[in-house]
Design a protein around this ligand. Structure first.
Ligand SMILES: [Zn+2]
Ligand SMILES: [Zn+2]
Length: 179
């Protein structure tokens, strides 16, 4: 969806707050000295996000209308402020968190939520930087820009991952000479 610069960047204000709240709930049992799975839940949540990032981009944004049309607009004008509104993505994260809290210990659910939202924020920061920041030749960001620019070229199948190419390697959509 087309947004202005500030609604586009709302992710960077809202997600740190949500992540902080989830981290407080996730890490509280550690302070009580209890053996918990919060840190493992954080890692699993992050890993889950990278898979979601790949799957959403490859199989939803590139195939399912109307997402496909919105994503094509992003491909056509990469620097425009087109993206998912924060209220929508945050509502989905909070709903998933609430559903997990019904079936898992509260701290574990919060750890999964925190890990996946950290993964999303990292993705959002990288995708924003890739399209809106300059990068010195040879830097990590410069290589990320080249990778993502390759994906933006019409007719190129992959890479779909922005924060990691791990799933592109799993599913065979990584570029031949990935930086
Ligand atoms: Zn795409
Ligand atoms: Zn892009």
């Amino acid at each position: 969806m087309q947004m202005n610069k500030w609604s586009y960047r709302a992710d960077f204000a809202v997600y740190p707050l949500l992540i902080a709240a989830a981290l407080v709930l996730a890490l509280r049992p550690l302070h009580a000295g209890q053996p918990v799975h919060s840190l493992a839940a954080l890692a699993v949540g992050w890993l889950a996000w990278t898979g979601i990032e790949y799957a959403l981009h490859r199989w939803v944004l590139h195939r399912v209308p109307p997402f496909r049309r919105w994503h094509e607009a992003h491909h056509a004008s990469p620097a425009a402020y087109i993206g998912t509104p924060t209220w929508l993505s945050a509502a989905l994260f909070v709903a998933a968190w609430a559903a997990l809290a019904l079936v898992l210990p509260r701290a574990t659910a919060a750890g999964l939520a925190a890990g996946s939202m950290i993964g999303y924020l990292v993705y959002a920061v990288i995708h924003d930087a890739v399209h809106h920041r300059r990068a010195a030749a040879g830097s990590w960001l410069h290589r990320a820009k080249l990778r993502h620019a390759l994906h933006h070229r019409a007719g190129v199948h992959g890479p779909y991952g922005v924060s990691t190419l791990a799933w592109d390697h799993v599913f065979g959509t990584a570029p031949p000479r990935a930086g």
